[in-house]
Design a protein around this ligand. Structure first.
Ligand SMILES: *Cc1c(COP(=O)(O)O)cnc(C)c1O
Length: 390
């Protein structure tokens, strides 16, 4: 393992590939498989083998877990087949019928779906809370509360939460604080260092980085929590293939080089969009106009390329002209790949604790790794098509 004095940029290169690796290749071997052969009867009986069945992972998975530990500053890291699974596993691990859980109102929408469907079906009661409550969350914690799920900045609307303040309240009340850290990619924000118990990532996004793999990370410093999470992951039968693990690991190697480009492209676009007459508001935590800009500045060391734009009022056919004119920005779900994306979003349908009040169409933009001048020109043409003969 690389030593702690190294920076994250170096750790992402040096972790998860032991010098003693028998292949002598730069990268850990991709060990696919189900069956592991035991050398003799006694070893089989004792199960004294670090690897004994494919679903529990292979050296390819362990190598990726080591790099995730280095990135998140964690003792333990576990992998899931999707980011959604990485949120669900700890919730199930820490709850039972009758449990009450607190989930931020701007959580990734399929997480809301899980809370309202499967979790409910198994007797777990979800209360959605205003993402700006911060230490006011204490008033919502009851006898049966087991955990708080935060996501900062949150999906679609990008509110930044005061994680250190929430962690203090969580610990005082003996509940666990889980943070969905996908936006910061584990790189620009360190939930565990800020007091959270579990940091979660959709590794599908920036860690994979090329829109060609799906997985999730769960990281913690608490070995008891790690045991419960790993137990639940196994009980659910969630396993990721060695090929997928190797792809995500490959993505992590270049992540520290990619993220600053996503950051500068995203910021340049956000600042440029803020000046456009077609735009009412830009929701980007690194802009001084963002309501929680100071929290972001205090706790984050940078920004990735994902943010939102609130358009000034437009008609549906104008929006259609805007989107159909875009060439470099693709229209599609997910983000964190090398390519730019732009989609219309509707937070009004996903809120229950604090309804979304803004008028006007919200767009979510992912700034990819293209030349930002080309991205601006693309948006410029789309705005022209939108307002043409408006
Ligand atoms: C995309 C996303 C997830 C889910 O990741 P998948 O790999 O698509 O399941 C979870 N949380 C956040 C914040 C996300 O953006």
């Amino acid at each position: 393992m690389p030593d702690d004095a190294l920076t994250d940029q170096t750790k992402l290169i040096a972790s998860g590939r032991e010098k003693s690796d028998k292949s002598h290749m730069v990268n850990p071997a991709i060990e696919r498989g189900s069956t592991v052969l035991f050398p003799d009867y006694k070893t089989f009986r004792d199960r004294k083998k670090p690897f004994f069945y494919g679903r529990m992972g292979t050296p390819t998975h362990r190598a990726l877990e080591q790099t995730v530990c280095a990135l998140e500053g964690a003792e333990h890291a576990m992998l899931t087949p999707s980011g959604l699974a990485a949120v669900i596993v700890p919730i199930l691990a820490l709850s039972k019928p009758g449990s009450h859980i607190l989930v931020t109102d701007n959580a990734y929408d399929p997480v809301r779906g899980f809370c309202q469907n499967l979790a409910k079906q198994y007797g777990i009661e979800t209360e959605f809370y205003d993402p700006c409550l911060n230490d006011g969350i204490e008033a919502l914690i009851g006898e049966t509360t087991t955990l708080i799920l935060a996501e900062s900045p949150g999906s679609l609307t990008f509110e930044v939460q005061d994680i250190p303040a929430m962690a203090k309240i969580a610990h005082k009340n003996k509940v666990n604080l889980l943070v969905d850290n996908s936006w910061a990619a584990g790189y620009f924000f360190k939930p565990l260092a800020h007091g959270a118990d579990i940091s979660i990532q959709a590794a599908t996004k920036y860690p994979s980085g090329h829109s060609d793999a799906m997985s999730g990370f769960m990281a913690t410093n608490d070995s008891k929590l790690a045991d419960r999470i790993e137990r639940t992951r196994r009980d659910l039968g969630y396993a990721i293939s060695a090929d997928e693990a190797a792809l995500v690991h490959r993505g992590l190697r270049s992540m520290a080089a990619r993220l600053p480009v996503h950051m500068s492209n995203g910021l340049a676009l956000a600042q440029w969009l803020e000046q456009r007459q077609e735009v009412a508001k830009v929701l980007h935590p690194a802009l001084s106009s963002h309501p929680q800009h100071d929290l972001w500045k205090r706790d984050f060391s940078g920004a990735t390329g994902l943010f939102a734009v609130l358009l000034a009022p437009v008609r549906e056919e104008q929006l259609e002209r805007f989107f159909n004119r875009l060439e470099l920005f693709g229209m599609g779900y997910s983000w964190g790949g090398y390519e730019s994306l732009c989609i219309p979003t509707e937070p009004v349908y996903y809120r229950t604790a604090c309804p979304w009040q803004e008028e006007g169409q919200l767009l979510r933009i992912h700034a990819g790794l293209e030349d930002v001048k080309d991205l601006q020109a693309d948006l410029d043409r789309a705005f022209a098509a939108m307002t043409d003969g408006a």
